[in-house]
Structures are given as C-alpha cells and as structure tokens.
Design a protein around this ligand. Structure first.
Ligand code: SAH
Ligand code: SF4
Length: 378
C-alpha cells in the first residue's frame, strides 16, 4: 500500500521534492493544500503542475478517514465513527466547552483521538480492548481524525456546504473547530510511540495543523519506559495517567498493566516527568461501583496526588454493553469528590450530561466491528 502523504513531515516532503528534481517552494504549496484547504484529491491542487501532481499520486495516498456514523448527545458532544483505508473502524469524540474534561479550561473545543485499532492492554472495564488489539494507527490516521472532525463540525455549523464554508472561514481568519486534543480514544498511545510522536509533530507544527503542545494531552495506562522517554522530548506535551486505583491491590483488579509496572515504579516515572518538564500531571480516576469508590481510598489517593503535585480528574464510569461494572450513585461520587477536596487535592468531577456517548470510547467501533463480522458470517 502507498504511504499517505499526511504521514510525512515537512522535511521529508522537502527531501522527496529535491530527490525528484522539483523546486523546494512546491513544498509550501503542497502543505497549504493538505493542511489549510484539506483536499483529498491531488487534482484539486490548482497551482501544482500536472506532472508533479501525477508523480505525487503515484507515490502517495491523500485520503482522510471516511465518516461512517455520527452520534450526538444532549450537550452537543459528538462521536464520530471513521472507516480507514483497510476497512478498520476507529472513533473520535468532539467535546464542546466542558470544564471537567481532563481539567481543561472551559472555552476549548476538545477532540478525543484514537491511536490504535483495538487495544492490547485489556483493562477489564474498557470497551476498546474487548476484542483485543488489531494494529497501530499510522501518523496520517491520527492527524486525519483531527482534520476530518474539523471539516465535519464546520459543515454542520455552516449548514452543509463544506467547501464554500471553508473558504469563507479562511477569509474570516479561520475559526478553529478543534483547539485542544486529548489522546484518550481507542488504544494505548504510548504503545504506538513513534507514530504518535510523528503525528504530534504534524499536529503541532505551524505548517501543519497548528495546535500548541500545551493544548495536547497524552493519556496512558502507565507505560513506564515510554513516560520517561516522553520526558526527554523537546515539545511540551501534557501527560495524564489512568490511575483508577490508589494501591497496587485495587489497580491489579482492573488494569493488567499494573502487574508489569507496579505503582511505585509508575510514581517514580511520573515524578521524573513532572520534574523534567515542570508540568502538572493529571491523574484520571474512573469511579467504578464497589471497585475503587470507597471513601476510605481517598487517603492513599490524596497522598499520591500531593506527592506528584498532580490534579485528579474523577470520571463516573460509563457502562459498557456486556460488562458488569457500574457507575456509583451521584451521592457516592460527591462523597468521594468531597473527601479529596477536604484533603486539599485539586480535583474535578465530571458532571456533564451526554454520558450516553461521551468517553466510553471503543463502544461504537465495537458494535460496527461485530456487525461487520456477523454480516460476513451470513
Ligand atoms: N489507553 C490510554 C488512553 C485511552 S483510554 C489510557 O488508558 O489512558 C482513555 C481513558 O478512558 C482512560 O482513562 C480509560 O481508563 C478511560 N475509560 C475507558 N473505558 C471507560 C469507561 N467505560 N468509562 C469511563 N472511562 C473509561
Ligand atoms: Fe487500553 Fe486504555 Fe482501554 Fe486500558 S483503558 S484497555 S489501556 S484503551
């Protein structure tokens, strides 16, 4: 299969042009078509000579993820199901202004992005890992979710005429539909490290999508070596840890990865990251009834949060079809939240509506995969 051009960094495109005898300034033109105009057809690149368009099309793909389905919740959270070139399904979720989302400021439009098809880490509460891991996403499939979601959202806000509205928006100075990214969709981002970092360099670049590194949060279930590696990267990406339990005993019940990387090791890596980067880490804590919602756990959780000077983001569990786990009552959630507040922890509790689709990433895709499997079986 041909590589997709949106997997390539500017320098690599530059290099390709040079090797194939084309002038350097063509690179800027091509990037404009790819990231400002977001075309999906080589023929649309009006100021690029036909011979070059032809040569590019022989070497590279230019497609974006294709929208298969969209779901909307009451608070206008939108969940997109995309089909990739090989027929695999992935999801992204567009979350409007929402103060409790990953502790992100309230006027931001946040896109939750996937990094793998399925997940190998098998956390027992999560839909993404239910059918195992299929493959890593290529950089263009990560970048493509942002571009395709923005195009989709623009078409909706402008009443349908995507191309016309895009040029209109460009004239007005380019209103962003996505200005904050969280890598909390399907998959374990740090298990697809190289493709993730390549995608991030394109998402972050002025010549690319132009989203600041401080507005990009990577969430991990706790891959210790890669957390240390990320601490060495020059760009200032933010880090969120899926903690979900303040002791090894609780974590081991729900997250197999905690057997390979126990809490003490994870905490050391987090301390290293926050010292090295001078950045506040977010501890994600899904509240699951009877597993990790006992107020008695607030002590150990607050100790960890203080040790790291971290924020805690409490997320009431989203029920997954076929799984036994439940979200605690609102009273129980509030009690747990207050227990952390009382211990001086910086904590948010997600109270938004729309949990019928929000954050239970992997569910829409799982249904689509299973439907596809049963169709082929007939
Ligand atoms: N693999 C990475 C990133 C993707 S999961 C990680 O685990 O951090 C993103 C977040 O969604 C994680 O905190 C994960 O634990 C959480 N999550 C998974 N299933 C969920 C569910 N059913 N309800 C609420 N949060 C869920
Ligand atoms: Fe994978 Fe994250 Fe889901 Fe765990 S919570 S199975 S690491 S996607």
């Amino acid at each position: 299969m041909r590589e997709n051009i949106r997997s390539k960094h500017r320098l690599a495109i530059d290099d390709w042009l040079l090797r194939n005898g084309h002038p350097r300034y063509r690179c800027g033109q091509i990037l404009h078509w790819l990231y400002s105009r977001r075309v999906t057809d080589w023929e649309a690149m009006g100021n690029v000579p036909k011979a070059l368009r032809q040569a590019l099309s022989e070497e590279f793909e230019i497609c974006l993820p294709e929208l298969v389905r969209q779901q909307e919740a009451g608070d206008s959270t939108r969940k997109y199901l995309w089909r990739l070139k090989d027929g695999a399904f992935i999801e992204s979720v567009l979350i409007p202004a929402n103060p409790a989302q990953a502790g992100v400021a309230s006027d931001r439009k946040t896109l939750c992005v996937s990094t793998q098809v399925g997940c190998a880490y098998g956390c027992v509460f999560c839909a993404s890992g239910l059918d195992g891991w299929k493959r890593n996403l290529a950089p263009d499939e990560i970048v493509g979710q942002v571009l395709a979601a923005e195009t989709q959202a623009r078409e909706e806000t402008s009443g349908g005429d995507g191309a016309a509205s895009r040029s209109e928006i460009e004239r007005k100075g380019g209103e962003r539909q996505v200005d904050n990214l969280v890598f909390m969709g399907m998959g374990e981002p740090l298990a697809n490290y190289d493709n993730l970092l390549k995608a991030l360099s394109i998402l972050n670049a002025d010549w690319g999508v132009g989203i600041g590194a401080r507005r990009i949060t990577i969430s991990t279930s706790g891959l210790v070596p890669q957390i240390r590696q990320l601490a060495e990267e020059p760009a200032q990406y933010r880090l969120a840890i899926s903690l979900h339990g303040p002791t090894d005993e609780v974590r081991r019940q729900v997250m197999p990865v905690s057997k390979r990387h126990p809490l003490a090791e994870l905490m050391e890596a987090c301390e290293y990251f926050s010292q090295k980067r001078g950045k506040v880490i977010t501890l994600e804590y899904i509240l699951i009834e009877g597993v990790n919602d006992a107020v008695s756990l607030a002590d150990s959780l607050s100790k960890l949060a203080h040790q790291l000077r971290a924020k805690v983001n409490l997320i009431p569990y989203n029920m997954v079809d076929g799984l036994k786990w439940r979200r605690p009552s609102v009273e129980q959630q509030e009690q747990f939240f207050r227990a952390l507040c009382d211990r001086g922890v910086r904590v948010t509790l997600r109270r938004v509506k729309g949990h019928d689709i929000d954050a239970a990433c992997g569910q829409l895709r799982l249904k689509a995969e299973r439907r596809k499997a049963s169709e082929t079986a007939v």
